[in-house]
Design a protein around this ligand. Structure first.
Ligand SMILES: [Zn+2]
Length: 353
């Protein structure tokens, strides 16, 4: 038996994966843990059983929660491996000071923007974008086609800008919970009415919903939403008060994105309109995205204040919200295979709209 001290970002699935054992093995040898979705907190000591070689089970890499620690590691690793093809920038910092990372691939004039993990309990979208990035880089480097897409040729025409995780503090909260050393311990517990589970949390760490922060019908949305910091749907005291939203606002203004795709979960639908501000070509584009993914196009979500709403209103160019997966947020890890198979093709089609 070994002892392992829990680190920031750890979960039962992640620790089990890194020790090549099953989450179930951890539960057996740590009676304080009841289910594999229990939180484990930084500094906790947990027992790691030595499982016999033949019982060891190497788990596929997507079967654990994907958080800011994983993201930072993967981005740096990819940057090291594929420095010829990608460029990483930190575009800002979350409320708790985590970097908000942006990656660019391609040298084309047409700039396209993909973003994910806006909502804390929708972190599978961040995992998806990182896997998509990894596959794109692999196919560019080996000069192999991916689903008949010639990525080397495409990335001469297109520059893809990706921010895989807009809300790193919120993602970490959903995955690891809260503990007394956490800098927002009191505030978060107050917002959450004392409850210690955060599965329903979609806001940032201050209880502001980063996709309700945008100056496009913000007043209307704010009036109909919670009036104080809340696990979801609170629009903030004004548009763009939060550093995470501000970082996206700044880079959107610094680029000329031809269109944007914002990944959320869930529903298996694609929203493509905003109060009639969307251009004519949006309809043709959403048809292509729908054919690639089998997700259903829906004109509007009957809401305001979202990033794609603001993008459409502000620029007159197309914006899309992709609602990946089906079920209740946070979607279980097992939802990932559907998300991957439908959205890898959608995200490829998205390069060529
Ligand atoms: Zn969302």
């Amino acid at each position: 038996m070994k002892t392992y001290i829990v680190k920031p970002g750890d979960t039962i699935h992640k620790v089990a994966y890194h020790h090549q054992i099953r989450p179930f093995d951890l539960l057996i040898f740590n009676p304080q843990l009841i289910t594999d979705s229990d939180y484990i907190y930084p500094g906790d000591a947990i027992n790691i059983p030595q499982v016999k070689q033949e019982k060891q089970q190497v788990r596929p890499s997507f079967e654990y929660e994907y958080g800011p620690v994983d993201l930072e590691y993967d981005v740096n690793e990819l940057q090291r491996l594929y420095s010829r093809y990608m460029k990483t920038t930190t575009i800002g910092y979350s409320v708790m000071g985590k970097p908000i990372m942006m990656v660019k691939i391609g040298t084309g004039k047409k700039e396209v923007f993909y973003s994910g993990a806006w909502h804390a309990n929708e972190w599978l979208t961040g995992k998806f974008l990182m896997m998509f990035l990894k596959q794109c880089l692999h196919h560019i480097a080996t000069d192999e086609k991916w689903f008949a897409y010639d990525l080397r040729a495409i990335f001469k025409e297109v520059t893809l800008v990706i921010v895989p995780m807009v809300n790193p503090d919120g993602v970490e909260l959903v995955q690891q919970g809260i503990y007394p050393d956490h800098p927002y311990f009191e505030e978060v517990l107050y917002i959450n009415k004392g409850a210690r589970r955060f599965d329903h949390w979609s806001s940032n760490i201050r209880g502001v919903d980063l996709n309700h922060q945008w100056p496009a019908g913000w007043d209307i949305e704010a009036k109909e939403s919670p009036q104080e910091p809340w696990p979801r749907h609170y629009s903030g005291q004004a548009p763009l008060t939060e550093p995470e939203a501000k970082a996206i606002y700044n880079i959107t203004n610094q680029h000329q994105f031809a269109y944007v795709l914002a990944f959320h979960s869930q529903g298996q639908v694609i929203y493509w309109g905003y109060r009639g501000y969307e251009p004519d070509e949006s309809k043709e584009m959403v048809t292509k995205l729908s054919l690639a993914s089998s997700y259903e196009p829906i004109h509007t979500a009957d809401s305001d204040g979202g990033y794609k709403d603001w993008f459409i209103q502000e620029t007159g160019r197309p914006g899309f919200t992709i609602e990946v997966g089906n079920g209740t947020n946070p979607l279980p890890l097992s939802a990932f295979s559907e998300i991957w198979s439908n959205n890898a093709k959608l995200a490829l089609a998205g390069l060529c709209l």
